[in-house]
Design a protein. Structure first.
Length: 254
């Protein structure tokens, strides 16, 4: 698949996929969008002391990176599961320039070049828990999210040959506290915005769990409500979309 690197309005880069006529992030500001929707409106709104996060569409790892930084700043332990069907090459991601060569990341035990950690985020093995920093553990899972099913509270994939069946992810018992729903737009990939998938994500979330997404369309809001979520429309990122959605699995809901 052909991919083109483009600058967005806040100076950070994103990827453009000509085949889909779609970008990985908002052209109004890739980093600003990720920080606002997933960190400010999602992670910081979660009451969990040690959040378990599920990301639909790991992509460039920008959301994961901003989450790692927040984990180290806040001191909250975070477990992050990123689902991705089309993993990107490090050689492509490197060119996005998300990390400058002199940027350092300070963790509770040391200071290290941020670019090294960002590279590890991408080159670490798939299907395994990898502790990248004292407060951030990553598990990347290469799978088609449309094959996910919940059976007896456990996550399964339809296709028995899929590698995820043999990963710890398939026998996961602990629920998630937060879902970053970051699929390509419904007009470009309608199969990613299905009632079935939202029902599945609702089951995977713990009581009080939160799902955030950049898409505020009525049809998406109604699907989330049908799944059992209580949905809020919140202001979008500075200079970007007018509204975004935050859905909560509140007590006494379905
Ligand atoms: C909007 S981009 C995600 C951007 C990403 N969160 C980031 O920070 O770079 C959507 C992502 O969903 C992935 N994707 C597309 N179809 C998928 C599927 N069926 N299952 C899992 N991931 C899929 C794409 O490859 C892409 O990485």
């Amino acid at each position: 698949m052909k991919i083109i690197i483009e600058k967005t309005d806040d100076g950070s880069a994103t990827l453009f996929v000509p085949e889909l006529n779609e970008h990985y992030h908002s052209t109004k500001g890739a980093r600003t969008e990720s920080q606002h929707i997933f960190i400010e409106m999602g992670l910081k709104a979660s009451a969990s002391t040690a959040p378990r996060i599920l990301e639909v569409g790991f992509g460039t790892g920008l959301n994961a990176w901003l989450t790692l930084k927040e984990a180290e700043q806040s001191g909250r332990h975070i477990h992050y599961t990123g689902l991705e069907l089309y993993p990107l090459e490090w050689q492509t991601i490197e060119q996005l320039g998300y990390i400058s060569n002199d940027e350092q990341l300070t963790t509770s035990d040391r200071q290290q070049p941020a670019i090294e950690l960002f590279k590890q985020l991408h080159t670490s093995p798939w299907g395994k828990d990898v502790q990248l920093t004292p407060h951030f553990t990553l598990q990347k899972v290469e799978t088609d999210v449309n094959k996910l099913r919940v059976e007896n509270g456990e996550l399964r994939v339809d296709n028995a040959n899929d590698s995820v069946v043999n990963s710890p992810f398939s026998t996961l018992h602990s629920p998630f506290n937060l879902v970053y729903f970051d699929a390509f737009a419904p007009e470009k990939q309608p199969e990613m915005w299905s009632q079935e998938l939202f029902n599945c994500l609702f089951v995977l979330l713990d009581e009080g769990g939160i799902l955030t997404t950049y898409c505020a369309k009525g049809v998406v809001r109604r699907m989330l409500q049908t799944a059992g979520f209580t949905v809020e429309r919140l202001p979008g990122p500075p200079g970007g979309k007018r509204e975004i959605l935050r859905a909560r699995k509140t007590r006494n809901e379905k």
